[in-house]
Design a protein around this ligand. Structure first.
Ligand code: OAD
Length: 247
């Protein structure tokens, strides 16, 4: 793929790069997306599985579903898109990833400055006191896992209708507002407030690049869109930027 000269130049000149990622970046690692072909929300209703109402009504069912998803995620490996972002972090003075993904793959790929907007499925917390609790069993048939305060332990993820972690959201806005270049990778850009981040970057003067399989509501507003698999497009783009930086 040949990228327009101005895109390569913007990335080569940037000091501050920030990124928003969504389920599409992990699709090539084998993690299901939510929307589009084979999306989780095509078959299941989010309000029946990923909401406080569902949890209070039937905690075992919700925990079993997360246990199932956790088992699918625990062994997956980062793909070329994740590792490219980790490489980029090593090269830019300021680099940050805000992710809507709960799979932990950015950190597995070596990225350090990662802000998980929707939590992390590999971590648990008490639904009452918020204590982070490891080593709990959510498997079918096991008793509900309890904290020492007697609250039920749940995955440390954000459910529909819940607030995003305030500090992580604020930092993500800060990174977007300060960015010279902002990348939006593999997100349908329909879930707020995360979907607002690329627009916040744009409003503050960033050059915004989108990488996705298909156009999104963000596409009309960005400076450049590249339609293809993140695991193909991102490494190619970065290779051309590196050639420029090393020239
Ligand atoms: P979606 O499933 O809504 O969107 C995934 C996007 O990735 C789509 O636009 C696809 O076209 C694109 N895509 C798929 N495969 C790709 C690939 N290999 N390379 C590049 N793009 C690809 O996922 P998100 O935008 O992350 O929230 O969804 C946002 C939130 O909605 C999730 O965090 C989750 C969900 O409900 C919560 O659970 C709170």
């Amino acid at each position: 793929m040949d990228f327009p000269k101005n895109v390569i130049e913007q990335l080569a000149a940037a000091k501050r790069v920030a990124v928003l990622t969504g389920a599409g970046i992990s699709a090539e690692s084998g993690v299901a997306t939510f929307r589009g072909k084979d999306g989780i929300w095509n078959k299941l209703k989010p309000e029946e599985l990923a909401s406080m109402d569902a949890f209070l009504k039937n905690p075992s069912m919700v925990l079993e579903w997360y246990d199932y998803r956790r088992k699918l995620i625990i062994d997956v490996k980062p793909n070329n898109a994740h590792t490219t972002l980790a490489e980029m972090e090593a090269r830019y003075p300021y680099f940050a990833i805000s992710t809507q993904n709960i799979d932990g793959l950015h950190r597995k790929a070596g990225s350090q400055n990662v802000f998980e907007l929707h939590g992390n499925i590999l971590r648990n917390r008490c639904n009452e006191c918020g204590a982070i609790i490891d080593d709990v069993e959510f498997a079918k048939g096991s008793p509900l896992p309890r904290c020492t305060c007697n609250g039920i332990v749940r995955p440390d993820v954000v459910w529909f209708g819940e607030m995003l972690p305030v500090e992580i959201l604020e930092t993500s806005y800060e990174k977007a507002a300060q960015a010279d270049v902002y990348l939006s990778v593999g997100t349908s850009a329909v879930v707020y407030p995360a979907a607002q981040l690329p627009m916040a970057a744009k409003q503050n003067g960033a050059f915004v690049i989108e990488i996705n399989l298909e156009p999104t509501p963000l596409s009309p507003y960005v400076d450049a869109s590249f339609f293809g698999k993140a695991g193909d497009v991102l490494p190619q783009l970065w290779r051309q930027v590196k050639e420029r930086l090393d020239a």
